[in-house]
Design a protein around this ligand. Structure first.
Ligand code: ATP
Ligand code: MG
Length: 629
């Protein structure tokens, strides 16, 4: 089927299109009405339909594929591999649901899940979905304060935590973080359920609050818990955005729309069907983890690989050895991960039999061309960029190999996905711009199924954050974009990442791309620092592919970066200052924290650092600033 035909149908006859897509999932009671758009921009899909995410992800497959692997949880930290069939998944999810009920969790209650990529995190999510409790997974790497913020926003009845996570062989106990978060939170959960892997035996229990999962699991045995049939628009889960640009937002997802969007995107975007294997390297705590480690693959009856560990442990070939071992068809990762692998020998990839692998999808941040070229050459398979947000839950811009595969164009995530009315509009006039002109990427509501329904408990912030930017009702992505003559869209960065040098508007991403194309550069971040004369000037922070100890190495590298930018973008984009650092500050999801770099470069406070990954990186930036460019 052709992309153009399907896309046109999804836009011209959304109700017809989505009614047909809805048939891909199981409805206990079919929807009475496909779309209710009486109160724009709020909308309800599949109104009156009763369904359940857990039923669609698990129970539904028991007859046809009970003995097929549903989930493979691989940890190169604990050196454990768990291969779980659909039948076993059904048993574990029922048991977990029974434990939730014992802890007095029922339909509509919130449950915060604070766990690394381990099988029980998936059981817990599906168990919540089964009984209609609303899960909110908080990335296991977050500190106590981040957890407390999310607890206070979601006001959970229960918090489920692992005893500890591990990173690079180091045990990171979670229990002290849980205790600190509960102490800080204004409305801590009544109960804390600890899933212990025996990594941290030291922490004492809080009497009356803490429960041990293994004990309760043994007590419930093979309990069966009936599925709670939910109206399609009931909240299924909350997921906080990465916090790259400030206080994280509690994105609320529905039930039916989410299930339908997962079924559609697994088929058309990721080209994965029943019995096939998908490996997403995301953490369950991110949107990709929710959609393409848990709900997407399981809803279509595929096998999902879940990985805990570093991409370079025990060696940089680990992911490809898993692809070979499990016959992975579609892999999904991030540009950051690809850049990590790029620092290592390509032979770590090439020595594996990757004949089953059809695609590598990358998303989450701009995919720079040098990295795209490198990984494409290394794999000899299509490397497919795709653009979306926690808010949308599934790709907004994509290539759709499940329909027909348009050629990859490096730097572009492709075309509007089915059901998305995207436009690129001028930031001040609000008019649609022509091909080759920069503007803000917007989506005309109603947002398609699967996208956020609102922000948890905060309709006003939902309206203000996303619909308050342009005249008329338009969802702003808050990202800059440009569309070429052939219809490929390119993302140029966030709307707060554009700098104005003496009246010239430059995307930080363009300058970063140019700097990164210097062979010596590993990674670069560019910020626009206030300047009396020019308004703003580009300032570069870069890491090198070699040791940076010697001053001459830094001077030569900065020189080649300056020349490269002048050559590719012109003198106006020439960096005013270049700082060579050992690491760049990133969020826990691997995104550059430009706002903190900017603040430091301007001598200010780095701002909300609750999602910062490695505090050393920030210290390193401070040292580089003191040392001078
Ligand atoms: P916050 O909204 O809290 O600041 P965040 O935007 O980083 O955090 P996510 O929802 O995880 O949280 O990320 C979505 C954003 O990531 C997009 O708006 C875009 O800026 C960027 N992004 C995602 N995919 C791509 C891509 N393929 N190319 C370029 N940028 C991308
Ligand atoms: Mg965002």
């Amino acid at each position: 089927m052709r992309y153009e035909d399907e896309y046109r149908r999804s836009i011209e006859d959304p109700e017809g299109f989505w009614a047909e897509q809805a048939k891909a999932i199981h409805w206990h009671v079919p929807p009475a009405k496909i779309l209710d758009y009486d109160n724009p921009p709020f909308r309800s899909w599949f109104v009156g339909g009763l369904t359940n995410l857990c039923y669609n992800a698990v129970d539904r497959h028991l007859d046809a594929r009970g003995d097929q692997l549903a989930l493979v949880a691989i940890s190169t930290e604990t050196n454990l591999v768990r291969e779980i069939t659909y039948r076993e998944l059904h048993r574990e999810v029922n048991a977990f649901a029974a434990v939730l009920q014992r802890l007095d969790v029922s339909c509509g209650d919130r449950v915060v899940i604070y766990m690394p990529n381990m099988a029980e995190a998936v059981f817990a999510m599906l168990a919540c979905a089964r009984i209609g409790a609303i899960h909110s997974v908080v990335f296991g790497g977050f500190a106590a304060h981040n957890l407390a913020l999310r607890i206070d926003d979601a006001t959970p009845k229960l918090l489920i935590a692992a005893d500890a996570g591990m990173r690079g062989g180091k045990v990171i106990p979670y229990k002290p973080l849980v205790d600190a978060a509960c102490a800080e939170a204004a409305s801590p959960p009544a109960k804390v359920l600890i899933v212990s892997r025996g990594l941290d035996a030291a922490e004492p229990k809080v009497a009356g609050r803490d429960e041990d999962y293994a004990t309760l699991r043994a007590a419930v045995g093979d309990a069966q818990v009936p599925v709670e049939w939910l109206e399609s628009n009931a909240p299924s889960y909350l997921l906080y955005t990465s916090g790259t640009t400030g206080k994280p937002k509690g994105v609320q997802r529905d039930v039916g729309g989410h299930a339908v969007a997962m079924a559609l995107s697994m088929r058309t975007v990721f080209d994965v069907g029943p019995g096939q294997v998908m490996f997403s390297t995301s953490d369950v705590g991110w949107a990709v983890g929710h959609s393409y480690n848990v709900y997407g693959p399981l809803i279509v009856g595929a096998t999902s690989l879940l990985y805990e560990g570093l991409p370079v442990n025990p060696d940089p070939g680990i992911w490809w050895s898993l692809c070979e071992k499990y016959g992975v068809r579609t892999m999904f990762s991030s540009p950051t991960a690809a850049r990590v692998l790029k620092k290592h020998d390509v032979d770590y990839i090439r020595r594996h039999d990757l004949s089953s692998l059809q695609y590598l999808f990358l998303a989450g941040e701009p995919l720079d061309e040098p990295t795209a070229h490198w990984i494409t050459d290394a794999l000899g398979k299509p490397v497919i960029d795709n653009y979306w947000q926690t808010e949308t839950g599934w790709p907004v811009l994509a290539l759709l190999p499940g329909l027909d595969m348009k050629p990859v164009k490096f730097g572009s995530p492709g075309f509007p996905n089915l059901g998305y009315r995207t436009k690129i509009i001028h930031e001040s006039t609000g008019e649609e711009v022509g091909a080759g002109e920069k503007g803000v990427l917007v989506i005309e509501p109603p947002l398609p199924p699967g996208c956020m329904t609102t922000l948890w408990n905060d309709d006003a912030r939902f309206l203000r954050s996303y619909f308050g930017h342009f005249k008329g009702l338009l969802y702003s992505s808050l990202d800059w974009a440009i569309r070429d003559e052939e219809g490929y869209t390119f993302i140029l960065g966030r709307t707060d990442d554009v700098i104005n040098v003496a009246g010239h508007r430059l995307g930080t991403r363009e300058i970063e791309e140019s700097v990164s194309s210097c062979p010596v550069v590993a990674e670069a971040a560019v910020v626009g620092v206030a300047d009396e004369l020019k308004g703003q000037v580009p300032v570069v922070f870069a890491t090198l592919r070699q040791a940076t100890g010697e001053a001459q190495v830094r001077i030569d590298a900065a020189d080649s970066m300056r020349k490269q930018v002048e050559h590719s973008l012109g003198a106006v984009a020439r960096p005013a200052r270049i700082y060579i650092v050992n690491a760049l500050p990133k969020t826990r999801s691997g995104k550059l924290l430009r706002r903190s770099l900017l603040a430091l470069a301007q001598g200010g406070d780095p701002g909300d650092l609750s999602t910062l990954d490695d505090p050393n990186a920030l210290e390193d930036v401070k040292r580089a600033l003191q040392r001078g460019p």
